[in-house]
Design a protein around this ligand. Structure first.
Ligand code: PLP
Length: 342
């Protein structure tokens, strides 16, 4: 989630800059190709960007084995999560979500009148897909699954997730958030969309593609479902600015950049987990660019240490076990983070 509210400018570290480990951004982005595309697109800002956004949409649809009728572009995937909440709340009832998970959009769903049903994660911080399925009733309008999950970094087993989606979509709409999937070796479930009328998948350029500030995200769904959702977002082709669409298009096929990010993230993640464990901070194995850990056995004030070192973290997500999260920055940043805690 967004940790910017916790930036504490009064505390300075050795480089005099805040270390941002609160929002799961990509510390290596934007890619060089994206920066070049951004500069080249500046002079096109007097025009609406439908063409470039359409080009991006078509490339993304193709990449996922789908067509342009299956995709909705959006300024960040958060805006799509809100849109799906709006869509689901056209009918009265409830929505089902894990606890904890990425839940900013949940307050929109509740404000629109849906009741929230929270299903706790398992002890090892995995989605409890059986319990989520069992919670579906005739009033359920939406089930949300974040895979891998934020804040825990855990990944569902692919075949279990596929069979869950198959069963659950026979009863209700399933929203699958794949914001961090590119950090894993798992496949997208986008191949299920050609036949499945009740599944919507969201993806973003904010994470592995290193463009959080550019605000580019998208949804994939079956054509029929997408047509209905698009009624809530008319003239959807102009959702993203010219500069952002250009940057995203340039990064999309920049395999060197995304592979480098994956590799550097893995190294910094392995280092950080090892060091945290030595500080008596128990970590959940992570498939993402962030780590979920328990402060229950850490003898110092973690948040005070961060504050003094001018590091932006997040909060306690679960009081029982004092579970918190840290985003994985560069190796240098993670070494600084570990020093600050020691
Ligand atoms: N989904 C998940 C799981 C996230 O963690 C985030 C951001 O942190 C988002 C969606 C939203 O990202 P954006 O709106 O930048 O695409």
């Amino acid at each position: 989630g967004y940790g910017s509210e916790t930036i504490l400018p009064e505390y300075k570290n050795h480089n005099n800059v805040p270390i941002l480990l609160g929002s799961n951004e990509n510390p290596y982005g934007p890619s060089e190709l994206a920066k070049k595309a951004i500069l080249e697109s500046l002079s096109k800002n007097n025009r609406y960007g439908m063409n470039i956004t359409m080009q991006l949409a078509e490339s993304l649809a193709k990449k996922n084995g789908l067509s342009k009728n299956n995709i909705l572009m959006s300024p960040g995937s958060s805006a799509i999560l809100d849109l799906v909440a709006q869509f689901a709340s056209l009918q009265k009832g409830n929505f089902i979500t894990a606890e904890p998970t990425f839940n900013y959009w949940g307050s929109a769903a509740e404000a629109l009148g849906l009741n929230k049903i929270s299903i706790p994660l398992t002890r090892d911080k995995q989605h409890d897909l059986d319990a989520m399925f069992a919670a579906i009733d005739t009033n359920t309008q939406l089930v949300y699954v974040c895979n891998p999950n934020n804040p825990t970094g855990t990944l569902c087993d692919e075949s279990e997730l596929r069979s869950f989606v198959k069963k659950a979509t026979e009863k209700t709409l399933v929203l699958l958030d794949e914001a961090y999937l590119e950090f894993t070796d798992q496949n997208s479930l986008s191949d299920m969309l050609t036949s499945n009328q009740n599944l919507i998948i969201t993806k973003t350029f904010s994470k592995i593609y290193g463009l959080a500030g550019a605000r580019v995200g998208y949804a994939l769904a079956n054509e029929n479902l997408m047509r209905k959702i698009k009624k809530l977002r008319t003239w959807s082709g102009i959702g993203i600015g010219v500069v952002s669409s250009s940057a995203a298009l340039a990064t999309l096929y920049d395999v060197d950049f995304t592979e480098r990010t994956r590799m550097l993230n893995q190294k910094a993640r392995a280092y950080t987990i090892k060091q945290l464990e030595q500080l008596n901070i128990k970590c959940i194995p992570s498939y993402t660019n962030f780590i979920y850990f328990s402060l229950a056995d850490y003898t110092h004030d973690f948040f005070d240490k961060l504050k003094k070192a001018n590091i932006t973290g997040t909060r306690v997500y679960e009081e029982d076990g004092q579970w918190s999260r840290i985003s994985i920055g560069t190796m240098e940043e993670m070494k600084y983070f570990i020093r600050a805690l020691g």
